[in-house]
Design a protein around this ligand. Structure first.
Ligand code: IVH
Length: 306
């Protein structure tokens, strides 16, 4: 069923290098008329955005982001994720909505694809697609078998009760209610510290058990966020500082074809094993015959795997 989000779920503007980060910061300084504000740096988890609604401390609804205003009701599936609390701790507000990212850990993704390959089912291209496919199942037993997890990264809204005046404290508050919050976030006082945080993850991210595609930088105080506002669906108070995507060159050993339950033919690449982002990649989807022709993919080719 379709769900209308009372408060739209936003997306983020991207920065791909330090100049773009500096430009983002400069705009914020100009609009706020000050530069003494703090930032919270977080990992940008590569999964799918969801909104969780609680009434009197009980989980009543979970929805996908969709187009930001209209999402899909996936409550039954989110209930199968152990780290989604069904009842909150303490004295929660009458109505509370939090936002977060559902993701599939790298190891679960690898196992799932191996299992699918052995059953002749099409492979998922990456952990994000497999997480998205897993929460949109009609049968929640399938979702339950997929080993998904969640990190909460924002407060949507809270009806009553005192709420902190900044993002950092709001996250601690949500942790106390029982939500799973990523432990790698940092409070930074200067843009140099933000850049250091980003750099520190460029290599280290490969060791994380989940996929991240950048760092999210947020201006901490809610009052500053309110003043900065939005351009379209993108807040001016936050930016996604993206990592370059990881690539490796390897040899295409063979093209296999799985026959799906409905008779569909699903081609996949058998690769000389190559390490990308800490994972050894041996198989990759080739999507369909048309795509293979478009890219002129042949056995024996050297290929870039991204
Ligand atoms: S904050 C207004 N924080 O990235 C801010 N988003 O490209 C809204 N994401 O749709 C998002 N990790 O699904 C935020 N620590 C994090 C995140 C995060 C992953 C996703 C989120 C969002 C997308 C935007």
């Amino acid at each position: 069923a379709e769900v209308t989000h009372p408060l739209p779920l936003l997306s983020l503007a991207n920065a791909f290098n330090n100049d773009e980060l500096v430009a983002w910061h400069k705009r914020a300084v100009n609009l706020l008329g000050r530069s003494d504000f703090d930032f919270v740096c977080e990992l940008k988890i590569d999964g799918l955005a969801v909104a969780l609604t609680y009434e009197d401390g009980r989980f009543v609804r979970g929805a996908t982001r969709g187009d930001g205003v209209h999402g899909e009701d996936i409550t039954h599936n989110l209930r199968t994720i152990k780290s989604v609390p069904l009842a909150l701790m303490g004295q929660p507000p009458r109505r509370l909505e939090v936002r977060g990212e559902v993701y599939m850990p790298k190891e679960s993704f690898r196992r799932l694809n191996e299992e699918r390959a052995s059953k002749g089912e099409p492979l998922f291209a990456n952990p994000r697609n497999s997480a998205a496919g897993s929460v949109r199942q009609l049968d929640s037993r399938i979702t339950a078998s997929r080993k998904l997890d969640i990190y909460i990264y924002a407060l949507g809204y809270a009806d009553d009760g005192p709420m902190p005046n900044n993002h950092r404290d709001a996250m601690s508050h949500l942790a106390e209610r029982g939500f799973r919050i990523n432990p790698q976030s940092r409070l930074c006082q200067t843009l140099e510290e933000v850049e250091d945080y980003y750099r520190s993850w460029v290599e280290r991210r490969r060791d994380l058990p989940y996929q991240v595609d950048g760092v999210v930088v947020k201006i901490n105080r809610f009052e500053h966020q309110r003043v900065l506002g939005y351009v379209g669906r993108e807040p001016r108070w936050a930016v996604a500082y993206k990592f370059a995507s990881e690539q490796a060159v390897t040899r295409l050993l063979d093209i296999g074809i799985n026959v799906g339950r409905t008779g569909s033919l699903n081609p996949f690449a058998v690769l000389e094993p190559v390490v990308i982002g800490g994972a050894t990649v041996k198989l990759a989807t080739l999507h369909n015959e048309e795509d293979i022709r478009r890219k002129d993919i042949r056995v024996g080719d050297w290929v870039i795997v991204e």
